[in-house]
Design a binder for this molecule. Structure first.
Ligand code: 5GP
Length: 209
């Protein structure tokens, strides 16, 4: 019974927490998900593919898309723009797909204002020493970038408790992904998500009475 609008799932977490790996695992578990590919002005990292990891844009292109109202939300992070294309998200939600956004905290705040029904999940590291270790182990960032990302992580972690609906610790990837899957399953059973099905049942009940 999937005649409803999809769920908008926002996943955030400090840089280095392993969000990407948890989200990939979640996609292996759940067939109704659509990943929203963001646009960014950041340069591709080795192995990243345009159109799959991100839509890589110049600053001019990005700003034009903002001006044309094509972004659901956007934010500056580490000196680069990142943003969610509006039309793809809208289309997939209307088709009943659950849409996953991997975005930072300012973008999550904008989405939550625009779409209060969105589910906001924050992924936590087991502890801060582990976060630092994971960030340093990535080998794709300069010392300065790591410092900037850690500072941003501290800032996010101070604000996240007031904002997000759910917090999932990424100690073991499978277990973190399963917890997000349970959250989705619970949301799919909520009164709002079941509105159409409930209406149909009520009509049947009333016609029998
Ligand atoms: P990275 O450069 O490591 O790929 O991403 C840096 C940060 O930008 C991450 O926290 C990621 O979640 C966030 N991000 C990626 N895409 C978007 C987006 O479309 N909007 C916003 N607000 N943040 C994004």
């Amino acid at each position: 019974m999937n005649n409803n609008r999809g769920i908008l799932l926002v996943v955030s977490g400090p840089s280095g927490v392993g969000k990407g790996t948890v989200i990939s695992k979640l996609f292996e578990m759940d067939e109704n998900l659509y990943f929203s590919v963001s646009a960014t002005t950041r340069k591709p990292r080795p192995g990243e593919i345009d159109g799959i990891s991100y839509n890589f844009k110049t600053r001019e292109q990005f700003e034009e898309e903002i001006d044309n109202g094509e972004m659901l939300e956007y934010a500056m992070y580490g000196g680069n723009y990142y943003g969610t294309p509006k039309s793809a998200v809208e289309k997939k939600l209307a088709q009943g797909k659950d849409v996953v956004l991997d975005i930072e905290i300012n973008g999550a705040r904008s989405v939550s204002r625009l779409m209060p029904e969105a589910v906001l999940v924050y992924i936590l590291p087991p502890d801060m020493a582990e976060l630092r270790r994971r960030l340093e182990g990535r080998n794709t960032e300069t010392e300065e970038m790591i410092k900037l990302r850690l500072e941003t992580a501290y800032h996010e972690l101070r604000e996240a408790p007031e904002m997000y609906d759910f917090f999932v610790v990424n100690d073991v990837v499978e277990s973190a992904a399963s917890k997000i899957e349970y959250i989705l399953e619970a949301k799919r059973c909520s009164r709002i998500a079941m509105q159409k099905a409930l209406k149909q049942i009520l009509e049947e009940v009333n016609s029998l009475a």
